[in-house]
Write a protein that binds this ligand. Sequence first.
Ligand SMILES: O=C(CO)[C@H](O)[C@H](O)COP(=O)(O)O
Length: 226
Amino acid sequence: MEAKRLAAEKAASYVRDGMTVGLGTGSTASWAIKRLGERVREGLSIRAVATSVESERLAEASGISLVPFAEVQRIDVTIDGADEVDPHWNLIKGGGGALLREKIVAAASGRLIVVVDESKLVRRLGAFPLPVEVVSFGHELTIQALERLGCRPVLRLSDNRPFVTDGGHYIADCRIGAIHGHRQLHERLNAIPGVVENGLFMQMASQVIVGFRDGTVRELQRTQER
Ligand SMILES: O=C(CO)[C@H](O)[C@H](O)COP(=O)(O)O
């Protein structure tokens, strides 16, 4: 928890007056929201959009002004967590179920700062099940199509009912194992009727900040994609 907080607070220190900020979702991103709230109380002037209802609530409670996404021309910087980060800064996201809004906000951001603890660093993505957001209508068929791709999907549950995202969709967590050919996988997944989006974030991160158990924080250097 301390490692997550340190990474998130480092990211929050890059936010400047006048910026429009994207607020991520999850335990790490929530530390950034809390730190930004403190900075706002100290006089920082920002406006923000949130990637989930949960983060919206935390931002409001922290005194951060939220603006409707429709009124935002450009997001200067977004700070968000990740479930896995590989050496090329490809990510798996969506463990908290917010991957669709997270991807929309990341794509509209000038900079995406990813904040993680060291447990999220992997040589190859895929040990963490890849979240795939699917529409509820016909989700059984969509899940069968995911099975045919070899994805081993499991419908995410909450209190024995399908987990419902902020967008009103379901999530299939796909146990793929080591992922090769991210781009092709991404395209195949999103080509299935009923799939809304998947949790692979490729070439979206601008910066990765990692908190370590020993209390240090490091900004990663990206390994060149081959
Ligand atoms: O993608 C996400 C939510 O959809 C989160 O950023 C991801 O699951 C990491 O969460 P945490 O910081 O709690 O480990």
